[in-house]
Design a protein around this ligand. Structure first.
Ligand SMILES: [Zn+2]
Length: 396
């Protein structure tokens, strides 16, 4: 057998098959063809030497913004996500029913990153930084969202709604009700953005159904998941126990180390870790998904667990894991033989690193995961730089 590429001598971590071992990974025809202890060089057209590096399934980022040129906050998918390890990303609300056709044709169909989307319940999506998409509540039209989600069913994975006071105001509960109505009609989850809503989570979380997703779960803003003694509130525990997924969605304003650490101390870990990477945080404090995952490594989670939070867990949240019964063309977050060759080759760099949260609070870390090369369907993308200059204290 001759393979197109063999990734040699790396430490393969694939939570979808409980694998953490030195392995070679062979790729042929854009798919994973073999994972074995030794695959000879002579069997490969091309070799990627991964000695001392991690080899994982391509990362799955459940919350990004990549409707570039239209959504005010968006970044370009390929350099911002794919080249930095994330082969499948979910745009969380940049597009709504008024703009999804363009997003599909001019971004999803053009870029190498696999781009899926939560459709914003607001038809305008996130067009503007100053004018919130639900300030005029007429934008929240259930019928339009359902029609658009059905037309673009191959890419739409659910409905997004942002419930912050400056976006939804007093309409937060009604906006959530409309979103759940639309999501129920297309049999997909809602993703809600929390933090500084007019109404407390006691009015919002009880409406969520199993498999619905809360993003910005560890926000430091008012109406978060902690009470004033630093314990996780009952409605959040109840929601989690009935299958609601609590996602990180770091973003520019929505991840506080203090919240995440107190929640963790109270036994409340994230269900998935996503970056919410966008124009206002890509030069810090988010940078990329690997840096967000590295923060959880710093907070004490095991490496395998951290990799799962950025691969198998988000894949399962999307119903696209290797055990989902979906065809290989839809499956993500696995290096099983037969899957699309979506692979992240990662350096786990040891040395001092300063991690910053959305409040500007810092933690001194000693390990940082950095992208080396990513493969999407067996084709390579390399980052412009591994660590952003700001992380080394340069480039201000
Ligand atoms: Zn976002």
């Amino acid at each position: 057998m001759t393979y197109d590429i063999v990734i040699k001598n790396g430490t393969v971590i694939d939570p979808s098959q409980g694998l953490h071992a030195k392995r070679d990974v062979a790729i042929a025809g854009g798919r994973i063809a073999a994972v074995a202890e030794h695959i000879p060089d002579k069997d490969a057209h091309d070799v990627i030497e991964a000695h001392g590096l991690l080899v994982t399934p391509g990362l799955v980022d459940l919350h990004v913004h990549v409707w570039w040129g239209v959504a005010h906050l968006a970044v370009e998918a390929d350099p911002s996500c794919l080249a930095r390890g994330a082969t499948t990303v979910v745009d969380a609300g940049s597009s709504g029913s008024n703009t999804i056709a363009g997003f599909h044709r001019y971004v999803m169909d053009q870029v190498d990153t696999r781009v899926l989307a939560f459709l914003n319940i607001s038809g305008m999506g996130q067009l503007d930084r100053d004018i919130g998409e639900l300030q005029d509540f007429r934008w929240a039209r259930v019928g339009n969202a359902v029609e658009a989600a059905r037309l673009h069913a191959d890419r739409i994975v659910g409905i997004k709604v942002r419930l912050t006071d400056v976006i939804a105001g007093e309409n937060d509960v009604s906006a959530l009700e409309r979103s759940i109505d639309a999501a129920a009609q297309i049999s997909k989850p809602v993703m809600i953005h929390i933090g500084k809503s007019v109404h407390p989570l006691e009015k919002l979380l009880p409406l969520l159904r199993p498999r619905d997703i809360v993003t910005h779960s560890f926000t430091g803003l008012p109406h978060g998941i902690l009470d004033n003694t630093g314990k996780v509130i009952d409605v959040a525990r109840d929601a989690r126990s009935r299958g609601v997924i609590f996602d990180v969605g770091h973003g520019a304003g929505s991840f506080a180390f203090e919240t995440a650490e107190k929640a963790m101390a109270d036994g409340f870990l994230p269900g998935t870790v996503s970056s919410d990477v966008h124009r206002y945080n890509i030069r810090g404090p988010v940078y990329d998904l690997l840096t967000t995952l590295s923060k959880y490594l710093h907070m004490g989670l095991a490496l395998d667990e951290v990799i799962a939070l950025g691969t198998t867990k988000p894949a399962a949240a999307l119903g696209r894991s290797s055990g989902s019964g979906k065809p290989w063309s839809e499956v993500t977050g696995t290096l099983k033989v037969g899957a699309e060759a979506d692979v992240a080759v990662i350096e786990l760099r040891e040395g001092p690193v300063t991690f910053t949260d959305s409040l500007g609070k810092t933690r001194q870390g000693s390990k940082h995961m950095l992208p080396v090369v990513t493969l999407k369907g067996g084709r390579r993308a390399s980052p412009l730089h591994s660590a952003h200059p700001h992380l080394h204290g340069h480039g201000h």
